[in-house]
Design a protein around this ligand. Sequence first.
Ligand SMILES: [Zn+2]
Length: 174
Amino acid sequence: MFINSQANAFCLPGGKVGVTNSLFKFTANDAELATVIGHEIGHAIARHGGERMTQGMVQQAGAQAIAYSTKEAVYVTAFGLLSNVGAILPYSRVHEYEADYIGLMLMAKAGYYPRAAISFWKKFGKGDNDWQIRELLSTHPMSKKRLEEMEALQQKAREYYDQAPQKHGFGEQL
Ligand SMILES: [Zn+2]
């Protein structure tokens, strides 16, 4: 978790997925958090990084160089990583659909109720005027079509959920 006033989630080179503390204001429960993390893992698995990652790695190296020269290394590194994310181009619509698909199936397999994806993105997509989520929306463009696609995938995701060895439902309220 990174400390930042922007609610954001991202994947980093090497397959690490991060969320900022402010994102928790927008996630009602574990299943909604699993939605965001699953979506980011989806981008990583489908290797949507490419040029975006290369650009990110250069900036990350720069941020780390700054970090080592200060005592607040961890904080500065985190800040540097987050400022990359803002500079990186948005994912394409096709990449968003793919990440939504993978994310939904992953969260369901992990035993989180897949309907939480709908409630989370619906809530998030409405927040265009909220400065705290502008960053996440700018890198992950939201649309009515995305919600319709996620709705259409519910049955398939539900089958994975039914087979999950451990079921958490919506998990804990956050
Ligand atoms: Zn995305």
